[in-house]
Design a protein around this ligand. Sequence first.
Ligand code: SF4
Length: 319
Amino acid sequence: MSDWQHNSRHTLKGADQCHDFFQISGVEDNHFPIKIPLEFANLIDKNNPNDPLLKQVIPFKNTQSQSEFSSSPLEDEQYAPVAGLIHKYPNRVLLITSRVCAIHCQYCFRQNFDYSGHDAMSNWLAIEDYIRTHTRINEVILSGGDPLSLNDEKLEKLIKNIENIKHVKLLRIHSRSVVVTPSRITHKLVELLAKTALKVVLVTHINHENEISTAFVKNIGNFVNVTLLNQSVLLKGVNDDLSTLKQLSLKLFDAGILPYYLHMLDKVSGAEHFLISDERAIELHQQLQKKLSGYLVPKLVRDENGESKTWMSLEAFAN
Ligand code: SF4
């Protein structure tokens, strides 16, 4: 068993373990079980219920349900022509490669997703057939769960299979594992992404500068021939202030990662307390543009059900 597999088994689970480890009280379990890898937990301040990393991973007790929040805000399932494959945009498809995540983020829009009928790994032949017959598809996105929950051998096999489809040129990997368990960046992973014939884009998911540990910076620097981008979710009480967003961009850039997207919250039930108004989000984004060079400012976007991402701006808001 490699280090990351060993580390991924060392997680905090459930309210009682959180009380003991973080020396806080009042955490309650809910339908999306608490799961916090120790590598991430060790970055969290003890005795501080307002720690911005802690807030992302423990359920909020006094959630007020709001009508526009639902269990599946993006309704991904209806864009799955083949089990395990989501096709919303003409040139790219997203594969649900794993139901497992290294961490459970309490704002996750897929926290209620029915993974049982959507396993790209076990349905590969049908998926391959679909991609081969849709020749406009030039990019395959590995998602989940977290695709890096797969071991390197399975990942290698999948990447080779994708490489064999001639019109696919780009491979995008969306992963939060790399930052919450930096040991996931193994030599084998680095090697297999370096040697594939596909152009590789790794999109990390980091919301706060405190997530960027020394181990992560060291390991992410090992990738070669991989474009590194980051997406964040704008979360009340976590990163909804100018200084935090600015520091996040600067620290990402120091680690060789370009800030790519700043997502508005997807309205999943249980995440109501993370919601920031459109006005406030746009205001923050405008302030950020004044503080940073353009390449350090992520695009402020909202995922719309069945539509392209919406670019958030004052003009769009006024309309
Ligand atoms: S790692 Fe990604 S998919 Fe998994 S719970 Fe967090 S946001 Fe959701």
